[in-house]
Write a protein that binds this ligand. Structure first.
Ligand code: ZN
Length: 242
């Protein structure tokens, strides 16, 4: 089976459409979404509608829950908070109902999906360090856990002795004796210095994983953010990929 792993679209319709076009060429069997369909960008309603038709394997992100009052936003920076409030005003009751229905984790076909961390995902913690990855592995329920949230693709591996290390490659083979926490990066607001949309493809038959990068019309997205009256920093950061 070939799985596409998408995360952090953040209402960026142009990036979302470009990635969907790319994964159609990859002929994937299933799409999994790792949270944050809304927040930051100018097209929350359209992105939700597309996601609903794309897959039912979806977990909630902190921005999704924030837009429907399910999580605290006091730690959000002011641009993020403004975008969340703008999104709440804009989306319909049926979109709100959809966001409220999203679970924090799900486990389709032996893989685990979470937006932030495998353990206590509702705390929206980050996995940056080896220690944070170790905590994740201590509570992961499957051999492979896919996450998003940081907007930077990175993979942590735990070997059979329980030693955790960072795997810098964006394409690698999955080994039966190892466990993996794989951050697939962000479709709609990459922060690893590469402004192209990012998503992952896991091929369970060939035991392989790859991060793909897709070019989209960043200028169109930026224009919409400005025209919507959202904070300009949310537009400018897209070209920098930060
Ligand atoms: Zn996000």
């Amino acid at each position: 089976m070939k799985y596409a792993l998408l995360s952090d679209v953040h209402s960026n319709l142009e990036a979302f459409r470009a990635v969907i076009k790319d994964l159609e060429r990859e002929s994937v069997d299933h799409v999994c979404f790792l949270g944050d369909i809304v927040g930051y960008g100018a097209d929350p309603a359209q992105c939700i509608d597309i996601l609903k038709g794309l897959t039912s394997w979806i977990v909630a992100g902190n921005h999704d829950w924030a837009a429907v009052g399910l999580t605290d936003t006091s730690y959000f920076n002011s641009a993020a908070k403004k975008a969340v409030d703008w999104t709440t005003e804009l989306i319909s009751p049926s979109h709100q109902k959809f966001l409220k229905s999203l679970p924090l984790t799900c486990m389709p076909s032996g893989i685990q999906l979470a937006h932030a961390t495998p353990h206590k995902p509702e705390r929206w913690g980050y996995i940056y360090s080896l220690q944070e990855a170790q905590d994740g592995f201590n509570h992961a329920e499957q051999q492979i856990c896919f996450i998003g949230h940081s907007h930077s693709p990175v993979t942590f591996v735990e070997n059979s002795e329980g030693t955790v290390s960072l795997l810098p490659d964006s394409s690698f083979s999955i080994r039966d004796e190892y466990r993996y926490i794989i951050n697939v990066g962000s479709v709609g607001q990459p922060r690893d210095g590469d402004p192209r949309a990012a998503y992952g493809i896991f091929d369970s038959e060939h035991s392989s994983f790859i991060i793909k990068r897709v070019v989209y019309s960043i200028e169109d997205t930026k224009k919409k953010i400005i025209e919507a009256g959202l904070p300009p920093s949310l537009a400018s950061r897209l070209s920098a990929g930060r």
